[in-house]
Design a binder for this molecule. Structure first.
Ligand SMILES: Cc1cc2nc3c(=O)[nH]c(=O)nc-3n(C[C@H](O)[C@H](O)[C@H](O)COP(=O)(O)OP(=O)(O)OC[C@H]3O[C@@H](n4cnc5c(N)ncnc54)[C@H](O)[C@@H]3O)c2cc1C
Length: 503
């Protein structure tokens, strides 16, 4: 492993105290990779395409466009790969849970076949790029599995996947210590080191880091340090920050999940995920077994701590294993479980978007790159309609209503929720919404007793924030924006931090 640093291990059963939390909350990808930052944009430039956002979707889109001879620049707020991509588990697979049977029932066979084929092509495209460019990113071909206690469901899914032309089969046994009646196996998928891959592609691209896009007007992309005039603009920012047109805030919500990198947990060849709610994910990287789980809607934090629960599971499944690192991430979930890739809105023909990856953003980012490349180059792509953000079907309505209800709840909470805590009642190392003489505020008390007070209102659309004890952050239950305990913006769609006072 290049640039590998040795971790200080601690048993999976140990409580993660605050000091350890600060030391370890970084993915193994970040710890095993690093390059110098590209310079920020300075002044005004012109190009064919401006890609906003340097995550997997933005970098791949820029790469595919450049390969097609289109002049492209990437504008990244911070570092490329430094958004959700640095915290992924990096399975490259067309197996997005048990989707085949349910998609065929809801969307029909033709749409499902195209969805599956687009993702299958994406997996092959990763392999092709890595092979042809000799990229050292630890890519390994392997099988992926969805396991379940329901054998009938597994067998039904295998038949559905095979009917779509996917290489699927029934696996009676799995290598992981979970109870299941079998698993759906997809052959010849892949896993890799996402940041090593991105960094190799970045060498061939024009990238401006530390360059935050603050406004987009027609063909002009504005940043505090200059502007880019572009024929086409791609929003690859994870969650689009322009609310109108597009209204992506009303069409998606965000979900967080947690990952442990375990040592002494044995070796696993395949990549695994359980079926249904509260599922677990497994994949190996080097000597680390990555165990993921504890998903919840961002802002709806659970009692007891997600890392603590995941560590207890690790201890049960792999007694004697040690936690080398742990981290979390979030992704956008659309109402019909298909990403939004294509035109940003009907009246913005030169803006494109890539979002809503459902925690399957490796293959979806490649699908995005290929679809957007073809759209920009005027090439008809057979899968474009399936992913088009301009689609609408009745299937989305129940989830849209549920998401809308959550947003209304988050907004009204701001006016009607009366906090039960006061500044003095908040314990050290904890945060809470409290009543102050100036109104409601978010208060975090450090272990040393210092009080950090922030505005409790999300600047994106005004919802009341909630305290996330796992990450020591303020999270928005409406659209998933996040802020650290000092109010600094961690994740969008909000584009600015919240007001902070040290009391
Ligand atoms: C726990 C977890 C595990 C996962 N594991 C897998 C997996 O195994 N396989 C898989 O396929 N998918 C997985 N996913 C999903 C996958 O990681 C994501 O879908 C993917 O990384 C998203 O990439 P992105 O480029 O869309 O977003 P990001 O990586 O977040 O990139 C967006 C970039 O845009 C930048 N940006 C935002 N606003 C601006 C602005 N105004 N100006 C300039 N730049 C801006 C950000 O700084 C960021 O770098 C997982 C998700 C989670 C939560």
């Amino acid at each position: 492993m290049n640039g590998n640093r040795r971790y200080k291990l601690f048993p999976a059963g140990d409580v993660i105290n605050k000091k350890r939390r600060r030391q370890k909350m970084e993915s193994i990808w970040c710890k095993t990779c690093g390059r110098e930052k590209a310079p920020a944009l300075k002044g005004n430039i012109e190009t064919d395409v401006a890609v906003i956002g340097g995550g997997m979707a933005g970098i791949l889109t820029a790469w595919q466009l450049e390969q097609a001879g289109v002049r492209t620049v990437v504008l990244e707020t911070d570092r490329i790969g430094g958004g959700q991509t640095q915290n992924t588990t990096a399975k490259i697979t067309a197996q997005h849970g048990m989707f085949c049977h349910s998609f065929i029932e809801k969307k029909g066979e033709d749409t499902t076949r195209k969805y599956a084929q687009a993702n299958k092509d994406a997996v092959e495209e990763y392999k092709r790029i890595v092979r042809e460019k000799s990229i050292a990113c630890d890519l390994k071909e392997c099988d992926s599995y969805v396991y379940s206690e329901d054998e009938e469901k597994v067998r039904r899914e295998v038949v559905a996947a095979q009917s779509l032309g996917l290489e699927a089969s029934f696996a009676e046994q799995v290598e992981i210590p979970v109870s299941c009646a079998g698993a759906v196996r997809f052959s010849s998928q892949a896993k890799f080191h996402p940041l090593k891959f991105i960094e190799a592609l970045a060498e061939h691209l024009t990238i401006y880091e530390d360059t935050s896009v603050t406004r987009v007007e027609g063909h002009l992309v504005k940043t505090p340090c200059g502007s880019v005039k572009a024929g086409k603009i791609v929003f690859a920012v994870h969650f689009p920050f322009i609310n109108f047109p597009g209204m992506y805030f009303a069409r998606m919500h965000q979900e967080r999940s947690y990952v442990l990198a375990l040592e002494k947990a044995g070796m696993v060849d395949g990549m695994y995920i359980g079926d249904g709610e509260n599922t677990l994910s497994f994949r190996q990287y080097d000597r680390y077994l990555l165990l993921g789980g504890q998903a919840h809607r961002t802002g709806e934090n659970r009692e007891g701590g997600c890392y603590e629960r995941l560590k207890r599971i690790a201890q049960e499944l792999y007694p004697g294993s040690c936690v080398a690192a742990y981290w979390s991430a979030q992704d956008c979930i659309t109402a019909d479980k298909v990403p939004f890739i294509g035109p940003y809105a009907a009246d913005c023909p030169d803006w494109y978007v890539a979002t809503g990856f459902q925690k399957w953003g490796m293959s979806s980012a490649m699908v995005s790159a290929m679809l957007i490349r073809d759209a920009v180059c005027g090439i008809e792509n057979p899968y474009a309609q399936v992913f088009s953000p301009l689609r609408f079907s009745g299937e989305e309505v129940p989830q849209l209503m549920k998401d809308g209800g959550k947003a209304v709840k988050g907004l009204t909470k701001r006016f009607f929720h009366v906090p039960s805590e006061t500044i003095s009642s908040v314990e050290r190392g904890h945060g809470a919404i409290v009543e102050t003489p100036q109104g409601k505020a978010g208060v975090y008390k450090t272990e040393e007793g210092t009080v950090c007070q922030v505005s409790a209102i999300c600047p994106h659309m005004g919802c009341e924030l909630t305290w996330n004890p796992d990450e020591n952050s303020w999270d928005c239950p409406c659209h998933g924006s996040r802020f650290d305990c000092e109010g600094k913006l961690l994740e969008g769609p909000a584009q600015e931090g919240i007001q902070y006072d040290l009391l």
